[in-house]
Design a protein around this ligand. Structure first.
Ligand SMILES: Cc1ncc(C[n+]2csc(CCOP(=O)(O)OP(=O)(O)O)c2C)c(N)n1
Length: 644
């Protein structure tokens, strides 16, 4: 294991799902083993979501064996479990460039393959989309089947319930496969989780069901009875498990072992043509077939680079100062300082750093499941009840809680602190996960405060300031990954008054206004420009997008000839919007040049590659600022020519 370009006896001949339909059971099992080996080989050098995909290999092979994609629609939830699907559907070699710039996406993507029936990345969408496919087929008299595959974690999301609720009552011909591996990224939580646990671990039910199933022998009679058990709302099924799904209108099957290929194939075959909404509950093991991934499932959800032989993961040489570490440590400190402070996360405790609070003060920590909308309204309730909630949501996932931020927090002036992690270009997760829109969309909300710290110390101080704010939402957005250093560890807490930015470097002619850590890149660029040309751009850290520092903007309007805005967010409506609107209100407005995320979707790549694409590296920033100086020089030349 671990050598690049290993040859595979069966997998190397699989170019489309048609190629697996001719294999016998022995060969299919061998194929599953080869797919696992190949995924480990590729992901060890080119990191990805390994754990979920390892657990779902048999499901993917069985689905493509029994169903006829692309006519039949296979809809994945989040899509991080679909690597085997990608490998089977003509992207075996392309998988070596999974999540890389100009490679394939780590998630299903319609524009990438006809086999990717529906794009994903954010959770809990598959049931609604599959229902849409089922109804579209019915409307058009097409025989195509619709299958949704959803994990037990993703099933906790509200949208999944909306889908179940609608599908159960619809009589649509669709299958929902509940891929239950008993874990989200961190441990799964909530009532639905407890319910699934009860179904899958109830020894009375499992024993009785297995006895009935096994005792039927291997013949047509067994098939008939199994079908009867499966299709009727039998006492056995109703009393033991699945009655929640049955009550919603689904026929419930399972739980079965989702890593037992034979069992999965035979169950899919039996249930394929039954019609109506069906739910098949399969149990799988996250990380299946690779001991380190089975043993530490949270770590191996997305393990980074590792040695496939030993399972040793590559550690970062940069030490422990990611924005996520800062958030975690500071939240704990604030919670110790103020007994009203609590942390709320929708299923991203380790991702955002809140596991630090969870470990030290579990009674002040809430993991609510993959429920961003609920996380916000729950936080609003906590705030209304007198607490000081710090609700941390990844910027792109917060988009689905837009209404709750307006309706439940802002409209009621409730002091909820919303920490939006992964603001800006996140890198390899690509278009679904970039936090591009936060500054632009939340800026429209009356009363919202929106801050973007330029470094970790500022994140610390903004969290402190937010803790003392009497109204909300107080939004702090910051990027994924490493910041500037470790000064934050020893820095004293300091209030940073909302609406106050800062001048970082005096200058003339061109004023550069930056949001977030790009202020530091702008500084780098300015020093470079000065050295190379003698020109001096002024650099401002705006810090608050809302309320914006109008004193700074007025000063700029008076003193400079043009402005460059820099932000790790969409140009439309963000910092560029703020500054342009202000300048437009002036009697002699300055031209504003925008550097930021353009009006299109940015795919995957390293953060640095994507910043290059969006003119956001120090070098690209330098070139753009220099161009502005040159433009001014050209203008001056023209004026001189006209005068002469
Ligand atoms: C709306 C949204 N919130 C959070 C996430 C981050 N996330 C990705 S996978 C995952 C866990 C999903 O658990 P489950 O559905 O059980 O799948 P598993 O990883 O166990 O296969 C989470 C929380 C997301 N993709 N979308």
């Amino acid at each position: 294991m671990g050598q690049e370009n290993t040859t595979y006896k069966i997998l190397d001949k699989i170019d489309s799902p048609k190629d697996i339909k001719t294999l016998d059971m022995g060969q299919l099992k061998e194929l599953c083993a080869e797919i696992r080996h190949y995924m480990i080989e590729c992901c060890s050098v080119n990191p990805g979501h390994l754990g979920s995909s390892l657990g779902a290999v048999e499901l993917m092979v069985a689905l493509h064996y029994v169903y006829d994609a692309p006519e039949d629609k296979l809809v994945f939830d989040v899509g991080h479990q679909a690597y085997a699907h990608k490998i089977i559907t003509g992207r075996r070699e392309a998988f070596r460039r999974n999540r890389m710039k100009d490679g394939i996406s780590g998630f299903p993507k319609r524009s990438e393959s006809e086999y990717d029936a529906f794009g994903a990345g954010h959770s809990s969408t598959s049931i609604s989309a599959a229902l849409g496919f089922a109804e579209a087929a019915k409307q058009q008299g097409l025989p195509h089947k619709a299958v949704a595959l959803i994990g037990d974690g993703s099933l906790t999301g509200g949208l999944a319930f909306e889908g179940l609720n609608n599908a159960g009552a619809s009589k649509a011909d669709m299958l929902v496969i509940l891929n239950d591996n008993n874990i989200s990224i961190d441990k799964n939580v909530g009532g639905m989780h407890e319910y699934l646990l009860k179904i899958t671990t109830d020894p009375r039910y499992n024993k009785a069901k297995k006895q009935v199933w096994d005792s039927l022998g291997d013949n047509w009679f067994r098939d008939m009875i199994q079908r009867f058990i499966a299709t009727t709302k039998s006492h056995l099924v109703r009393n033991s498990g699945g009655h929640l799904f049955q009550a919603m209108g689904f026929r419930y099957f399972g739980p079965i072992d989702g890593n037992d290929l034979e069992q999965v194939i035979s169950t899919l075959q039996k249930t394929k043509d039954m019609g109506g909404p069906r739910l098949l509950h399969v149990m799988t093991k996250k990380g299946k077939g690779y001991a380190p991934a089975e043993a530490e499932q949270t770590t191996w959800h997305a393990p980074g680079i590792f040695d496939p032989e030993t399972g040793m993961r590559q550690k970062s040489s940069k030490g422990e100062s990611r924005y996520q570490d800062v958030f975690g440590e500071v939240l704990l400190e604030l919670a110790r300082m103020n007994d009203k402070v609590v942390g709320v996360t929708p299923a991203m405790a380790s991702g955002c750093g809140m596991n630090t609070l969870a470990k030290q003060m579990p009674e002040r920590f809430y993991d609510v499941g993959i429920e961003e909308e609920h996380a916000v309204t729950f936080s609003a309730g906590l705030a209304a009840g007198g607490m000081k909630p710090f609700c941390n949501i990844y910027s792109s996932f917060s988009q689905r809680a837009y209404d709750q931020i307006i309706h439940d927090v802002a409209l009621q002036d409730l002091p909820v602190v919303l920490c939006l992690d992964r603001g800006g270009l996140v890198g390899e997760d690509g278009a679904t996960h970039h936090g591009c829109y936060d500054m632009a969309i939340y800026r429209t909300i009356p009363g919202a405060v929106i801050a973007a710290p330029k470094d970790e110390t500022e994140l610390k101080n903004l969290m402190f300031t937010a803790m003392n704010a009497e109204k909300g939402p107080f939004i702090i957005r910051y990027p994924r990954g490493y910041g500037e250093g470790t000064e934050w560890k020893t820095a004293e807490f300091k209030e940073l008054k909302p609406g106050k930015g800062e001048l970082l470097l005096e200058g003339t002619e061109i004023a550069v206004i930056a949001a977030g850590p790009f202020a530091n890149r702008a500084l780098e660029a300015a020093h470079d420009i000065k050295e190379k040309t003698g020109w001096n751009p002024a650099i401002y850290n705006i810090r608050y997008i809302k309320p914006v520092d109008e004193e700074i903007l007025s000063e700029i309007a008076r003193k400079f000839r043009s402005v460059v805005t820099i932000e790790d967010g969409c140009i439309i409506g963000g910092l560029h919007g703020v500054v342009s609107e202000f300048m437009a209100s002036q009697s002699d407005p300055l031209p504003v040049r925008a550097l930021g995320i353009p009006d299109r979707y940015i795919s995957q790549g390293t953060q640095e590659e994507l910043r290059e694409e969006c003119n956001l590296t120090a070098e690209r920033i330098r070139i753009c600022i220099q161009e502005e100086f040159e433009k001014n020089g050209e203008k001056d030349k023209k004026v001189l020519e006209i005068k002469n």
